[in-house]
Design a binder for this molecule. Structure first.
Ligand code: SAH
Length: 232
């Protein structure tokens, strides 16, 4: 019965269509972001570029802001906090060299986007957020999207001693000085990237390297981040 054969074929085709992954409508915008905002401004690390081309940034912002997710700008994520400009995420990712087998601590999970980018590079990521509802929301989203990130709600000033030492530490809020516990929790040869300066003024993005128990710091560029808070 050829007709039954055709019907079965049709059902099979429709079933496989229903299970096929829907194309990501933002993929083209993401690729354009990587070319115009990152490659054109000197980001070269292939793993960083691949992660930025993959991670769906639009899912880390409120639905009402999705159309702006790939623009060259920071965006509000609620509670007075922001998701950094994509270039800043790329720049900070590249300088700390996330790789499979490297353990990285992030202070300031926020939306979870930076943590997802580090995880997409293959690093083992730990991230701390001080505002509990933001911590809950980003933890749920990272899990739903399948990124392997250990998260915790709390004050990142003290780091994550049980998981230390780290190959790299990335602080995504501006500190008035480099928190000593974070230096203690860096491996020898480890790198930390951190904005340092007065809240709501121009700050300096610093790269700190720990070698033979000593630290060497150099300034990378002027930046503006939300302040690193302290728990009362
Ligand atoms: N990396 C985030 C950027 C978030 S903005 C992202 O990709 O979206 C900085 C975040 O740091 C805010 O969510 C803020 O609540 C958090 N933060 C500020 N002080 C902190 C502290 N002491 N410990 C942990 N998180 C802190």
């Amino acid at each position: 019965m050829p007709q039954i054969g055709i019907q079965i074929l049709l059902v099979l085709c429709l079933t496989s269509l229903a299970h096929a992954e829907l194309p990501d409508p933002y993929a083209a915008q993401r690729q354009k972001m990587v070319e115009t905002q990152m490659v054109a401004r000197g980001i070269e690390d292939p793993l960083t570029l691949k992660a930025l081309a993959e991670v769906p940034r639009h899912l880390f912002v409120d639905e009402s802001r999705r159309s702006a997710a790939y623009l060259d700008t920071p965006l509000p994520i609620g509670y007075g906090q922001t998701i950094s400009q994509p270039f800043m995420v790329a720049f900070m990712t590249e300088v700390i060299r996330p790789r499979p087998g490297r353990k990285i601590l992030e202070i300031g999970t926020g939306s979870g986007y930076q943590a997802a980018v580090l995880a997409a590079c293959g690093a083992e990521v730990y991230s701390i957020e001080i505002i509990p509802p933001l911590a809950e929301r980003s933890t749920a989203l990272l899990r739903e999207l399948g990124y392997r990130v250990e998260t915790r709600a709390g004050d990142g000033f003290s780091g994550w001693p049980e998981a230390a030492p780290f190959d790299a530490i990335i602080v995504t809020a501006a500190a008035e000085f480099i928190p000593p516990p974070l230096i203690d929790q860096l491996k020898d040869g480890g790198l930390m990237v951190i904005p340092v300066g007065t809240p709501f003024q121009m700050q300096t993005l610093m790269l700190v390297e720990k070698r033979d128990g000593k630290t060497r710091s150099r300034s990378l560029m002027p930046v503006r981040f939300v302040p690193l808070r302290r728990s009362p």
